[in-house]
Design a protein around this ligand. Structure first.
Ligand code: MLT
Length: 264
């Protein structure tokens, strides 16, 4: 992977293919690799840019709290550093979707279209925010092993866990190798992320909403509500997939992405 200096840190990123730029933003607590199948599928027609967000993968870590706004500004800074001036298609999964909402809010002029994948518009309840703070404390104290052990069961559909155990294993490895300070900072950032429900009707770029039919974290009902609130948004429900739909059913997600990109 290459790295570039952005806002005083090094950000690692994949940059493959040529054509209209597409940026893929990973979920928590993962890295660029969750989008590998989409890089392969899109690089013949697009320039696919996939960062490791601050604190994850091979990017530098900053301690404390990293907000969704900061991540969105980092993506914009990476595009500046790469010299990408034209508007991009930005896809974000889950936490990556929270980042995508903030990118829309803060960098609208740089956005050609949005893909919101297995994500949520609402803020955390006080209880959910407390769990995030607990996660941050635990991971700083004990490291990422228990998160690595437990999280894949929530991220993947039951059938994926049964039939493709290698996917669970690869997620486990990524989480276990993550820097606890990066995980904690993003967890604290998610706890204070704003509710963007009221912003959804203002989203005025082409938008694709994608959800795994078995997603237990951002369930289809919630994603249907997001799609219904965004003018003209398309919704694709992905069979045989949980929260990690791009990894669990790449054929369906890639087909939806290709069709969406061709429609722009
Ligand atoms: C993610 O996949 O990014 C997380 O599930 C997001 C979250 O915990 O809200």
């Amino acid at each position: 992977m290459r790295t570039l200096a952005v806002h005083g840190i090094r950000l690692a990123y994949v940059d493959e293919g040529s054509g209209p730029p597409v940026v893929l933003v990973h979920g928590f607590p993962l890295d660029h690799a969750m989008w590998d199948a989409q890089v392969e599928a899109l690089k013949d027609r697009c320039r696919v840019i996939v960062p490791d967000l601050r604190g994850f993968g091979r990017s530098d870590v900053t301690e404390g709290t990293v907000t969704m706004e900061q991540f969105a500004d980092d993506v914009a800074g990476l595009l500046d550093a790469l010299g990408v001036g034209e508007p991009v298609v930005l896809a974000g999964l889950s936490m990556g979707g929270y980042v995508a909402f903030q990118f829309f809010r803060r960098h609208r002029g740089r956005l050609r279209a949005l893909v919101l994948c297995d994500t949520r518009a609402g803020a955390d309840t006080p209880q959910a925010a407390a769990v995030r703070r607990e996660t941050a404390e635990n991971v700083l104290r004990e490291g990422p092993d228990s998160l690595a052990e437990n999280m894949p069961d929530k991220l993947l559909a039951a059938a994926t866990l049964r039939d493709r155990p290698e996917l669970g294993e690869s997620l486990r490895r990524v989480i276990a190798n993550s820097d606890p300070r990066g995980i904690a900072a993003a967890s604290l950032g998610m706890a204070e992320r704003p509710d963007v429900t009221a912003m959804l009707p203002e989203i005025d770029c082409p938008t694709l909403v994608v959800v795994g039919r078995e997603d237990a974290i951002s369930p289809p009902d919630e994603m249907r509500r997001i799609a219904a609130a965004i003018p003209g948004a398309r919704l694709v429900e992905v069979p045989d997939a949980g929260h990690m739909s791009p990894m669990e059913n790449p054929a369906a997600v890639n087909a939806a992405l290709r069709e969406f990109l061709a429609s722009l």
